[in-house]
Design a protein around this ligand. Structure first.
Ligand code: G
Ligand code: G
Ligand code: MN
Ligand code: NA
Length: 255
């Protein structure tokens, strides 16, 4: 069984690794960023999916340590890529609600960027609509505003999939909207799904947001994101998340 103890040990001994999934502009096929996704390679069990261990980390509070580990590793990688001359554009990191609302989160982010010498605009923080559960809109706005002042990019992840109130969206300083992959799946083959997808792209556009479509698995879905002028596409059709060392080879395959 997966336990907090095992996860804590894995974290402590650096068994958890970041993989990176490319985000690609569907018009030019150019790289526009990378999302860091945590991976836990286990000696006997293969890769343990984050969907199994992130909830444990959230329940036990270990997500604070795990979140900081991810932030450190992503910044370390960003600095390394910058020094080696690789223009990765930005690295996106997922931030859990508990981590997001911890005291001094913005200060912690700023200090981490300084530690690794990473310019703030090379980091994008992704939060989901779940940050609004158990937290007032005012507090969310305050935290986002502090992060905005630092200069990091802010992205609303899995948009449309969960608790979703459109009333707050225009008040919050996001630069990016990630459309939940449920909207893109088969949208090239179902008229109504395509219209729904198009409507969400339009909603994001009208708010001046960069639009990333998630979960393109086929050429048809990829073409659809280009037709609707999404700024970016992230999906298995381009590449799944791969180790940092494999990213440049991946990218040269589609650029
Ligand atoms: O990557 P998939 O890669 O299987 O990720 C599954 C889920 O785990 C996604 O919802 C993703 O947001 C979440 N996840 C992946 N990496 C991280 C991370 O570093 N921090 C947090 N909080 N969630 C992550
Ligand atoms: O943070 P978020 O929930 O957006 O994490 C992205 C999740 O989606 C990760 O688990 C990642 O591996 C997964 N993913 C990325 N591209 C695809 C895709 O094309 N199809 C599917 N089914 N999952 C994807
Ligand atoms: Mn994400
Ligand atoms: Na997502």
């Amino acid at each position: 069984m997966l336990t907090e103890t095992l996860l804590r040990a894995a974290l402590k001994t650096h068994q958890l690794q970041l993989f990176y999934q490319p985000q690609v502009c569907p018009q030019q096929g150019k790289l526009i960023g990378l999302e860091a996704l945590i991976r836990w390679p286990h000696e006997t069990r293969g890769f343990i999916p984050p969907n199994e261990f992130i909830p444990i980390a959230e329940k036990t509070g270990l997500i604070l340590e795990l979140g900081q580990y991810v932030l450190n590793e992503a910044c370390k990688q960003a600095a390394h890529w910058t020094h080696s001359g690789f223009d990765f554009r930005q690295i996106s990191v997922n931030v859990s609600p508990l981590q997001f609302r911890q005291t001094n989160f913005a200060k912690t982010v700023k200090r981490t960027l300084q530690t690794y010498g990473v310019p703030a605009n090379h980091l994008c923080l992704e939060v989901t609509e779940n940050v609004f559960v158990d937290t007032s809109e005012k507090l969310v706005l305050n935290i986002l505003s502090e992060l905005q002042k630092i200069g990091v990019q802010l992205s609303l992840d899995d948009f449309g999939s969960g608790y979703s109130s459109l009333t707050y969206l225009h008040r919050l300083p996001f630069q990016e909207l990630k459309i939940d992959r449920a909207f893109l799946t088969h949208a090239d083959r179902h008229e109504q799904k395509e219209q729904l997808f198009q409507a969400i792209v339009g909603l994001g556009r009208s708010l001046g947001l960069r639009i990333i479509a998630e979960g393109a698995e086929t050429a048809g879905e990829y073409a659809l994101t280009a037709a609707h002028r999404c700024d970016g596409i992230q999906g298995y059709f381009c590449s799944a998340a791969v180790p940092a060392g494999d990213i440049q080879a991946r990218i040269s395959a589609f650029q």
